[in-house]
Design a protein around this ligand. Structure first.
Ligand code: BMA
Length: 313
């Protein structure tokens, strides 16, 4: 029998930790938030559907990573002029935060009549945001940037989609954050497995002594629609294009009432995780595209799942 591990992620008892009722402006949902620690506080940049079905990004702060206060105004709304306006017309979604050197890079989905692309913005203090570049063509989502450079270049995981090669994880490189290339596919969905329909980058990868842990999402299609779960992959420390192993089992699936039902049922979707000093990682996920949840996992367990109980790449 395989060495499956039950209850890898312990859900916080106060889930959901953030809902639309905590937001001081009218929204229908709070979900898929990027998160980072800044000056000892947790900063969460969450997605909300507005009442017209298009998304914006809000900000919430916390001292303990569990109780968050939402800022009175949204953090990022679709641009109204310049090159970004045309591509953000239908909204901004699913933002990830990468803390690298002295800056915070923000990657987010931009929706428009031309499809979905990825925008890159930067902040130093979470007060002012500067849009840097549109860093993908159409039909890309879920870009996470590694919080270190490799041989002087930025490295990202991304998720293009085509009919021939569906929803797989690729890696790309950039000298300047604007121009990206040397792209290669590194992880594909595998047939009749919990992630057989799609795999996509999830939380910004974080470093361990054994490699970079990347918590990703995988999708399985059922007679009742898609089920979104979370899995984990371990990338080599000095060359993240090389995968040490991917856990065969998922680490989290929709089970709580606010994960199995909501705006989109049966979804747990992550855009951020915070490794803590005590050997655990706080994983944040949107439940059913409606609320924000958090749980904790032992980093060693995640590493072991990737090494000892591997899925076929
Ligand atoms: C994906 C994205 C995510 C969402 C998920 C489940 O395609 O749209 O933002 O959480 O579907 O609806």
């Amino acid at each position: 029998m395989k060495n499956f591990v039950a209850n890898v992620v312990t859900r916080h008892t106060e889930n959901p930790i953030l809902t639309k009722d905590n937001v001081p402006y009218p929204v229908a949902t709070v979900h898929n938030a990027g998160i980072v620690k800044y000056k000892g506080r947790y900063i969460m940049l969450f997605r909300s559907h507005q009442l017209n079905g298009r998304s914006i990004i809000g900000r919430a702060d916390s001292d303990d990573g569990y109780r968050f206060d939402v800022h009175p105004e949204p953090f990022l709304e679709p641009a109204t002029d310049g090159q970004f306006a045309e591509y953000e017309e239908y909204g901004v979604e699913d933002l990830r935060i990468c803390h690298i050197e002295d800056e915070f890079l923000l990657t987010y989905s931009m929706y428009s009549r031309h499809g979905v692309r990825i925008g890159l913005a930067r902040t130093y203090d979470f007060e002012t945001v500067e849009r840097v570049a549109v860093i993908s063509q159409a039909d890309y989502r879920n870009i996470v940037i590694f919080p270190e450079k490799f041989n002087g270049r930025y490295v990202r995981l991304d998720r293009p989609h085509s009919e021939i090669s569906s929803w797989s994880i690729w890696i790309s490189y950039s000298p300047d954050l604007v121009h990206w290339g040397d792209s290669r596919i590194i992880m594909k969905p595998i047939p009749y497995h919990w992630d057989e329909m799609k795999v996509g980058p999830g939380a910004t990868p974080f470093k361990t002594t054994s490699g970079w842990l990347h918590i990703y999402h995988g999708v399985f299609n059922t007679m009742r629609g898609a089920v979104y779960r979370l899995g984990v992959a371990l990338h080599e420390l000095h060359d993240p294009s090389r995968i040490v192993g991917v856990s065969d089992q998922w680490i989290l699936q929709p089970e709580a009432p606010w994960e199995v039902s909501g705006y989109v049922p049966n979804v747990v979707f992550t855009c951020g995780a915070i490794p803590e000093g005590d050997g655990t990682v706080k994983i944040y996920w949107g439940g059913a595209d409606t609320v924000m949840c958090v749980g904790s996992a032992k980093i060693d367990t995640l590493v072991q799942l990737c090494k000892a109980n591997k899925r076929v790449l």
